[in-house]
Design a protein around this ligand. Structure first.
Ligand SMILES: Nc1ncnc2c1ncn2[C@@H]1O[C@H](COP(=O)(O)OP(=O)(O)OP(=O)(O)O)[C@@H](O)[C@H]1O
Ligand SMILES: [Mg+2]
Length: 263
């Protein structure tokens, strides 16, 4: 199987990108797929889903992180570390990622730097899936992430402002497609759903009726277990294997795999 690269992107902050990326990544590994996670955000949230704050900050200050690799246009393979579970590795981020836009600005073909740095890792086919977490922005760095990906998953919160942000996201994707011709939108996943609210039901239905974009049938409900798992620097399935959220992320992951086979 060729390596499939999937990024999680949405300029709306707090829409569930990092949580979805970490938990879909873990679910894929639990299904026996070989997974590489890449933390593309200065907030370090994907990194913190697997490592303690001390460990993450230690990596972030040295050279063993994505910022150092991208800034110096290095092959990403030496930056990969085991994530602490079977079948899953990670490239950690750095708080210095906050200045990545500035670093990229003067570089030749600046939208394609991540893609080039990832080339060898892809070609070696050591991974079935590479998942990349993005920051809540729509600039040159997110463009890099999208250009390095085969698919984008858009986590969305079913709130009025969550819906508003989606318009900007799709406009940006139209621009990116001019240089990332192979990029496909795998779908919108509704996160942090409060199923008691009519607003959720109505928004979920209207998203599905849009018709021009896949909306995953599996949505992720709001659940404090997710926050507890993050407090313990663990994916939900490792923290509480049989809880409701663990089942929801697994269902989403299976639907996502099916969708990739379809498109
Ligand atoms: N299913 C869930 N149940 C409860 N809380 C959740 C759930 N999913 C995410 N959260 C919480 O919502 C917040 C935002 O989630 P997350 O950090 O994944 O979003 P994000 O899109 O990555 O944010 P940012 O745009 O800042 O990178 C976090 O505090 C997280 O703990
Ligand atoms: Mg995030």
């Amino acid at each position: 199987m060729n390596t499939q690269v999937i990024c999680f992107a949405n300029n709306k902050g707090g829409s569930g990108k990092s949580t979805t990326c970490a938990n879909v990544g873990y679910a894929l590994s639990a299904l026996g797929y070989r997974v590489l996670l890449i933390d593309g955000d200065m907030q370090l949230n994907l990194s913190l889903s697997f490592f303690s704050e001390d460990d993450v900050l230690h990596h972030a200050q040295g050279q063993e992180n994505l910022y150092y690799a991208i800034k110096n246009q290095k092959d990403l393979e030496p930056f990969i570390v085991p994530a602490g579970y079977e079948n899953i590795d990670i490239i950690l981020s750095s708080t210095l990622m906050s200045s990545i836009e500035y670093e990229l600005f003067t570089k030749w073909q600046r939208e394609l730097i991540l893609k080039k740095c990832l080339k060898t890792v892809r070609e070696k086919k050591n991974y079935d899936y590479i998942l990349i977490d993005s920051p809540p922005t729509l600039g040159g760095w997110v463009m890099n992430i999208l250009c390095a990906s085969d698919y984008v998953v858009i986590p969305v919160e079913a709130t009025p402002w969550g819906m508003f942000g989606l318009g900007n996201m799709f406009e940006f994707l139209e621009d990116v497609r001019q240089i990332a011709e192979n990029l496909r939108v795998l779908g919108i996943v509704v996160t942090k759903a409060d199923t008691r609210k009519n607003y959720f039901k109505q928004t979920f239905e209207s998203l599905r009726e849009l018709g021009n974009v896949n909306v995953f049938q599996s949505y992720i409900r709001i659940d404090s277990s997710v926050e507890w798992s993050q407090d313990n620097n663990m994916p939900i399935m490792a923290y509480r294997k049989n809880c409701r959220s663990a089942g929801e992320y697994m269902a989403l992951t299976k639907e996502l795999i099916g969708k990739i086979k379809e498109v």
